[in-house]
Design a protein around this ligand. Sequence first.
Ligand code: UDX
Length: 432
Amino acid sequence: MTHLAIVGTGYVGLTVGACLAHLGHEVCCVDSDADKIRSLRAGQVPFLEQEMPELLEEGLASGRLTFSADPGAVARAEVIFLCLPTPQSPEGNLNTAVLESAVRKLGPSLAPGAVLVTKSTVPVGTHRRVLEWVGRTDVHAVSNPEFLREGTAVRDFLEGDRIVIGAASEDAADAVAALYQGLRGTVLRTDPASAELLKFAANAFLATKVSFANEISRLCDGLGASIDAVIRGIGADPRIGRSFLEPGPGWGGSCFPKDTSALAYLAREHNVDLPVVAGAIEGNELQFEHVVQKVLASLAETPSPHVAVWGLTYKAGTDDLRDSPAVRIVSRLIERGVRVTTYDPAAPRGVPGAATSSDPYSACAGADALVVLTEWPAFRSLDMRVVARRMHGRDVVDARNLLDAQAVSAVGLHYVALGRSMVSAPLLAVSA
Ligand code: UDX
């Protein structure tokens, strides 16, 4: 058992803290937001994250997971995880001001020999700056990037495929590796700069995969081919793989947009061209507009059009609207004079300029078209007969290829998906 501190209790910090307490360590989570600390002590998780309420309860009950608003609480810790926000700066780089201020504050409290682990995604070279900020020569800096998806962060931590440890000191790397003992993920040890860079490269690659799928789906629309068949056909090749090829309204969230921009910034700073990453970013913008155009096409000739939108979060299973493609698309529709009513099961606040509805059927009342922007599985089981009765128009634009096309068509609605202009064409005859 090791004494640990986690600085920052967002979805990354809380996941890391609760999971390490679950693995048997003594963990104190520190956050400057005293209200948040109070709710966490009371067992309340401030965001939607599967398995987190149970894990928090377990940690509190065992006494191994504690919370404090005092930065001095790190004094007992042998290893301190920095899980703080690094938002995008206007130039595209990541802003480390919050990280810097926290490290400067906790510096004097650190025990000699303490290991400061950066979990947050940070500009390459931050490991050196952490040591400057802390102003001590008797502590170590390690980069240990997270690969946690929002919504499934707990599973990703406990069953992740790799644990990357970037450290200049072998002892510090050993101390961090020991914390993960018992997990099945392969431990990859490297230098700190490579660990910092590979986090950006991982997210840029995944974003590129999605942009590629979206690009091929746009071509399918033009050619009358089926994206489902193409994805199954290419995904069967293990060199390509099936995951992250789901076409959608574009990628978003707290990581992909920010990390791809930061990688592009880094490349500019070093005079290196990254045409693949630049193309993935540009392709994502095209995809937002592609969906907007599909919706506008379905509204052609409709005076004062009104659309119902199902889904606002950037993906299902989270309540996060940060950089959500759905929000972007709704805003663009409003800019083009479309009246929008939104429904999202996890984001009741909605988007400025759009009306919100607390149930999916009322959102459709009088709508000229229905647009699906987040892949909430529950949307599949909604009664399309009720939807058809409530709607004024007939088009359903499904930007997640989520709904059952036949169920939609069966009630007299016109189903429009992505890359499926031949909706009735059979998929490739591949057995599952
Ligand atoms: C991502 C990375 O997966 C994770 O490893 C990293 O640490 C943080 O960033 P997250 O942002 O939670 O996680 O979401 P993810 O599930 O990766 O999806 C990102 C975006 O891509 C979402 O907008 C999602 O809807 C979109 N996406 C994903 C698709 O459109 N199609 C796909 O096939 C997969």
